[in-house]
Design a protein around this ligand. Structure first.
Ligand code: ZN
Length: 329
């Protein structure tokens, strides 16, 4: 499937298909559909009867395999195991050498079908060093009729030698109008603010309950009273939210607060601009920095602190100090 903002990219890449590379490296902003694009390409390359625009037909044997159990000439390398499933994991889950070895064996097999095999690596920066070196080796001497599709959110973190073996393809991000249209089509409430919050990248995990908690948390930060912050610390705790989640929201809020005060720019919460401006006008920037530092200090404990409520209460008490009347010098 292509997203509506990818149609030009699709035409552009198809013009390159007269001379297929050994590997494409897809780059572009996170949350804008790079993986979907790479999968669309994989399906198209393996389909028996692609249409005039080179989209996979969706009906042939190859397409059915793709949709069901998996195509025998297709492999996907992604971080595996428990680490990858833990969305809140503190470290980036890695693609391990064993997985790359298995993929290399596959690459040297004879293809089951029309002679081409496709290997998708996503995200390529998740290769651990040994795995990256193994991939590099096969990119340097690619077996016949094997095409690699690498997807990278942070291509600067790839080995330069891997990058240089791939043909780069930069994918377009949607304009904000395109992203908003799409989000509204998905029935996302408050699409404009959600999009701003997610930095203009529309493919975030939309969780209405979490969005509601975020609003509640921000409301409390706006109110700047003991009662409001104590109450919201309790809500966060009762809903079993991690300290890490609250820290993320607080840090974004503090950045916007500093932005409103210093540079007159607000990034995450433009819908709360008026309130941010008013708060920034009575903020002590030194206390604000202190609060930011405290949030940074707590970050390593974000996933496994024993008492979220206590930590959060202490942190938010520090937040309130930003707005306390100036102390005598
Ligand atoms: Zn097909």
């Amino acid at each position: 499937m292509l997203y509506p903002w990818q149609l030009d990219d699709w035409r552009r890449i198809n013009a390159e298909r007269e001379r297929l590379p050994n590997a494409w490296l897809f780059t572009g902003a996170a949350g804008t559909g790079k993986l979907a694009f790479a999968e669309h390409m994989a399906r198209s390359l393996l389909c028996d009867r692609p249409d005039a625009a080179l989209n996979a037909c969706g009906e042939c044997e190859a397409c059915r395999w793709f949709a069901n159990s998996g195509h025998p000439d297709f492999r996907r390398l992604t971080p595996a195991g428990e680490e990858a499933e833990e969305k809140t994991a503190r470290r980036l889950p890695l693609i391990r050498i064993e997985a790359v070895r298995e993929m290399i064996e596959f690459a040297h097999l004879t293809a089951h079908r029309n002679g081409r095999r496709v290997i998708l690596v996503e995200p390529a920066e998740a290769l651990n060093p040994a795995a990256a070196n193994a991939l590099l080796k096969i990119l340097e001497e690619p077996p016949r009729d094997v095409l690699f599709l690498l997807v990278a959110h942070a291509p600067q973190r790839l080995l330069p030698t891997i990058r240089s073996r791939c043909r780069p393809f930069q994918l377009s991000a949607p304009t904000s109008a395109e992203a908003l249209d799409w989000l509204r089509g998905q029935g996302v409430a408050d699409a404009e603010n959600e999009l701003a919050y997610h930095g203009g990248a529309p493919l975030f995990d939309h969780d209405p309950a979490l969005a509601a908690l975020r609003r509640q948390f921000l409301d409390a930060l706006e109110q700047t009273t003991f009662a409001s912050v104590l109450q919201v610390a309790e809500v966060i705790d009762k809903n079993k939210l991690s300290l890490a989640q609250a820290l993320e929201w607080l840090q974004q809020w503090l950045l916007d607060l500093a932005g409103a005060g210093l540079a007159a720019s607000v990034r995450y919460f433009p819908d709360r601009r008026a309130k941010l401006d008013a708060l920034a006008a009575r903020a002590d920037m030194m206390e604000l920095m202190r609060c930011q530092q405290e949030a940074v200090r707590l970050a390593p404990y974000g996933q496994h602190t024993l008492n979220v409520r206590l930590q959060l209460e202490a942190l938010l008490m520090g937040y309130l100090k930003i707005f306390a009347p100036a102390r005598p010098a």
